[in-house]
Design a protein around this ligand. Structure first.
Ligand code: CA
Length: 231
């Protein structure tokens, strides 16, 4: 199986050299030169690993990472950082980056870190990646959603929405927070779209079991909460 790597790096020479080296090693590699373009490519295709520069035009690598980790924690991310970016390095690791290399780096070191990150991500068995709350369970690797032992079929957007709620259980999330995490900064519609999709997801969950799980917090947003918590 050929691993697919997305390089998000604005210095075109570095990105180009990386792409050639990775292809030489047998990887499939694509490039994006801005944070926004990188996020778009990330969302449109399946990737086995992301190489993410921190200082990027339009949207920083840290912001790209935040948006990736808002909806999934599976795809390994290796940050490419400058020596002076210690704070960003720490922030990136806190936000769920798997590793980093400091520029200028030896290609052999980066390749070793890539192999290591890919090895680790393959070792995670589907069982370990199931997130659960009450009777709801989502398997991040297979994207299987189970509610009261019934499998729920969701569209990709509905899945992202429910997954985001599941990652923040019992926490009131505003429409704006949900919109930004699930639809992304580049979505200029109004927050009504959140209400519409919440309704779709609720209908599908309630078809399996009528117990309300996604609760409305009037004037604020939504919270994933089991009915029994409300007494
Ligand atoms: Ca840069």
């Amino acid at each position: 199986m050929t691993h697919r790597i997305l390089i998000i790096e604005d210095e075109e020479n570095i990105a180009r050299v990386l792409q050639l080296e990775l292809q030489f090693e047998g990887y499939e590699a694509a490039m994006a030169h801005t944070g926004a373009e990188g996020l778009l490519q990330y969302r449109e295709q399946q990737w086995d690993l992301i190489l993410l520069d921190i200082m990027l035009p339009e949207m920083s690598g840290i912001d790209v990472l935040k948006r990736i980790r808002a909806t999934e924690s599976q795809t390994p991310v290796i940050m490419l950082t400058a020596k002076s970016e210690v704070e960003d390095k720490v922030k990136g690791l806190d936000l769920g980056a798997n590793d980093y290399v400091t520029k200028p780096f030896e290609i052999e070191e980066l390749l070793a870190r890539i192999r290591n990150a890919l090895r680790f991500s393959q070792k995670v068995s589907p069982k370990q990646v199931a997130l659960t709350f009450g009777h709801l369970s989502i398997n991040e690797q297979t994207r299987e959603v189970v509610y009261f032992d019934k499998e729920i079929q969701l569209t990709p957007r509905e899945y992202d929405l429910l997954f985001y709620l599941l990652k923040h259980p019992k926490q009131v999330l505003t429409r704006e927070q949900i919109l930004e995490a699930v639809w992304g900064y580049d979505y200029y519609g109004d927050t009504n779209v959140v209400d519409v999709y919440i309704r779709y997801v609720r209908q599908k969950l309630e078809a399996a079991n009528p117990t309300p799980l996604i609760q409305t917090v009037r004037g604020v947003g939504y919270v994933l909460k089991e009915h029994s918590y409300e007494t």
